[in-house]
Design a binder for this molecule. Sequence first.
Ligand code: ARG
Length: 587
Amino acid sequence: MSLLEELSGIVGAAFAAEGFPSELGTVQPSDRPDLAQFQCNGALTAAKQAKANPRAVAEKIAARLKANPVFSKVEIAGPGFINLDLSDESLVERMRTLAADERLGAPRKGEGKTAVLDFGGANVAKPMHVGHLRSAIIGDTLQRLFRANGWNVVSDVHLGDWGLQMGQLISEIGRRGIAPIYFDPHYQGEYPAQSPVTMDDLEELYPAASAACKADPKRLEEARAATAELQAGRAGYRVLWQHFVNVSEAGLTREYGSLGVRFDLWNGEASVECLIGPMIQDLKARGLATESEGALVIPVAEPADKKEMPPLILVKSDGAVLYGTTDLATIIDRVRTSGPDLILYVVDQRQHTHFEQVFRAARKAGYSGKAQLEHAGFGTMNGPDGKPFKTRAGGVMKLYDLIAMATEEADKRLVEAGLATEYPEDERNDIARKVGIAALRFADLSSHRVSDYVFDLARFTRFEGRTGPYLQYAAVRMRSILNKAEEAGLESALKVAPSTPEERTLILQLLALPNAMAGAEHNRAPNILCDYVFSLAQIFSRFYTAHHIMSEQNRALQLTRLALVAATLGVLSKVLAILGIEVPARM
Ligand code: ARG
């Protein structure tokens, strides 16, 4: 139970004892931390309900709370707010519980529940763009958070491997005569195990194919026909396609891995291919899918819609299936294989209508089981020109390039700050890489996901302010304080209750971890964790400036403060790990 839940329980019981609903006892951190630690505003609502004087109601509640030794102060402010302070003894007692808990009080919101997290979403052969980067960072953070909160998580990259780009590639390769065997309709033998194209080839082939299709309608027609034939099962195309997927997957695993992002499943749109036929039969048989201008669609508009909601297209007139078709079949597959309570899609906000169509179709058809279907959208990372960010002078964005840029910038900052200058080269490079990734990840996560933000590496990599590197450095400093203490033979322990405002504020912030984790899960909002952890680092820094530790003469006080350092490092490391930020051993 979090501290706020515990306090709300106590205050709620007081409300109940006075004949009011216990929910009115909800306690929140005070809006005026200079006046009190916590507040409860329930007396105002209670008074309205009972047509009584709010201060009089607050008095009655306060009288009950004063009897509880958990509080050192119970005061009524303004029209009837109840202000509360915890006693120092209660604070240290709860701090001891936190320090002894290996989960550090993490909420168990997801115990017994399964969530499928769909993020990453790179497309086979097509270059990744900033949308994919954001999806990877936000989705990976949510998967770490959900796991920390007790959920069983199945993450799936859901590769884009069944769309038009496949037909475009196939027809481009056919035209160039690179691997004629795959195009010979009479070929009966085995196809080569080795891919006829490498990742580098694909990087050249796809843009060429895509440009040709834009310029020439005949080429587009050809690509469409190849897509339909691939989906219909033409043998040579299937094998060729499998080569593209394998080559891309190997490259993507490395790219995502370099950002610290991992997936449980490497399924793609095509993984549910065998479910599509039966699904369409079923939808037709139940009258849910209808013909419209040669295509097969599911109407999903609802009377309450304010905007036009187009039908979900399942099969085009040429027989090809679409993005929405595979997404719908993927829901069937996920419900069957994982029986999830939640399927969460971390995908660009601009795909919102697509997901609304798919979700409505799934619910209409009864495919979603007990799963809640939810799209957690996000805005774009823009360049200084206000357009989606691109590297290499406007060229495609590769995670490698991005990480290399961030590492280089981090290296400059390390030199400026005089950090890690004397370490062996390997270690230094490793530190620069970790700092670079921390800069990228924290910058992406720290504003609310639906806002756009501007890519500004110089700012992201600074060691001061709201940045990943600042937090890494804070953690490294805490580690070094603890190392020094250990060398001096001091073993930290919470011996005494807090006695200064800085100690109390630090303890309160540490005890607020479960709320930050629960709030971030509830809102699918990693920025809540960023705010929390940045405040923690600042509060710690004020605590550390205000108190001596190594030179403290009072041993009990010294060991207690060391224990607070250790607890802060524990909480900071836990949150940074959820954000996917690694802390170097030294800097
Ligand atoms: N491949 C898609 C894209 O590049 C993203 C996939 C998102 N996930 C999904 N289930 N539709 O836009």
